[in-house]
Design a protein around this ligand. Structure first.
Ligand SMILES: [Zn+2]
Length: 294
């Protein structure tokens, strides 16, 4: 299992892994911040952090590290690396406990199960896991360190296109085998759980989706990996993002989605924004800024 997990991480974080020291995925303290949305209880769950080097391989893949450094400096940040949070979301009502994304899993190790525990939920109480896309920082936590299903009573919902794509990746073969009996695929746009509808957001992976959560007229959109950095992704949405499987489609998606989010004043959860990752995208001239929910 260990070698499988290592392979998975190398697949996603090859650039970060190549640099020694304090880049790449790293452990974080558990965290569980809960708020209400209509009659749902929503909890942002902390899993890990990912320190991405500013070397032109991920952020600003088409403009280079100097241009990225200028944006970071303007925002008062250091310029050598960009620290991303890795978080997940829990949606509860009655006996339902729905997890959206499952974190990095045992290799780091991720803090997701500890964060769930802070929220009062044991892994076997999770009724469904909705996956935004099948990168390892979103599905790694679907298995335990012993290679067993981490949420054994949950249905796992994955878009058809991403489930097909996962089967083409040798490094993900073991996790794919373990979760297969629990997986139920869907077409983007379908309702996938109580009050939760999948929303197609193309570019990051073949079947990447967000999830619109609705209750009593209130809504929250989990945007998945439409955006990664609350600074760079919003200041320069048209720059190429090295994690996107289709760079051009990813750029167009990001600009389009951010424009709509700002226009609609839509509350969002962004799993890689600073924890807890809940707030609004605000439009300013030709770019966007992040307004965290207090
Ligand atoms: Zn991600």
């Amino acid at each position: 299992m260990k070698s499988i997990c290592v392979s998975i991480l190398i697949t996603l974080f090859a650039a970060a892994e190549a640099l020694a020291g304090d880049t790449g995925p790293q452990p974080a303290q558990p965290g569980a911040e809960t708020f209400t949305l209509g009659d749902f209880r929503i909890t942002s769950l902390r899993d890990a952090v990912n320190v991405v080097p500013n070397d032109g391989s991920v952020f600003g893949a088409d403009v280079g590290p100097k241009a990225v450094a200028e944006v970071l400096t303007k925002a008062g940040q250091t310029t050598g690396a960009i620290t991303l949070s890795v978080d997940a979301l829990l949606v509860r009502k009655g006996g339902e406990a729905i997890l959206i994304d499952a974190g990095l899993g045992p290799t780091i190790p991720g803090a997701l199960v500890s964060s769930l525990s802070l929220a009062g939920i044991a892994p076997e109480e999770v009724t469904a896991v909705l996956i935004t896309h099948v990168h390892s920082d979103h599905i790694g936590g679907l298995v335990t360190k012993d290679g067993q299903p981490a949420f054994k009573h949950a249905v796992i919902r994955i878009s058809e296109a991403d489930w097909d794509w996962l089967h083409t990746q040798p490094a993900m073969a073991e996790i794919t085998r373990v979760i297969a009996p629990q997986v139920k695929t869907f077409k983007p746009g379908e309702d996938v759980a109580m009050g939760i509808k999948s929303v197609r957001i193309p570019g990051h992976t073949p079947g990447h989706v967000g999830y619109m959560i609705s209750s009593q007229g209130k809504t929250l959109l989990d945007v998945g990996d439409t955006v990664h950095s609350s600074i760079v992704s919003l200041a320069k949405p048209d720059w190429a993002m090295g994690y996107d499987s289709d760079l051009a489609v990813g750029e167009a998606s990001r600009r389009g989605v951010l424009t709509k989010l700002a226009t609609d004043h839509q509350l969002i959860f962004a799993p890689h924004f600073p924890y807890p990752g809940v707030g609004w995208v605000v439009s300013t001239k030709d770019h966007f800024e992040w307004l965290p929910k207090k």
